[in-house]
Write a new protein. Structure first.
Length: 98
């Protein structure tokens, strides 16, 4: 449950970064270009694609970490199940042997 919700949030983060980059390409390729005051040109030309790249990169890193945590928790759960079975068998042996 936790991993599914977190994974959906990370997908949203990746999508937001990609949309920022696509917005930048749309502005760059539009016939009007970057129609903005001079102090805003740097924001549109440099900051928006950089921000989009950073946001999507963070999203991909978080997605990788979530996958590793999920795999680790599954292996721990399997080990706990094996330990429980071993303990039950040990209790049965003690009960039957006296």
């Amino acid at each position: 449950m936790f991993y599914n919700t977190t994974r959906k949030l990370v997908y949203g983060l990746i999508t937001a970064g990609i949309l920022l980059i696509l917005y930048w390409f749309g502005q760059f390729l539009s016939p009007h270009g970057f129609n903005a005051p001079d102090n805003m040109i740097a924001l549109k030309v440099y900051v928006i694609p950089l921000l989009g790249t950073i946001v999507s990169s963070i999203g991909f890193i978080l997605l990788r970490l979530i996958s590793e945590l999920e795999d680790e928790s599954l292996s721990i759960r399997e080990e706990l199940i094996q330990l429980r079975k071993l303990a039950e068998n040990n209790l049965k042996d003690k009960h039957y042997n006296g």
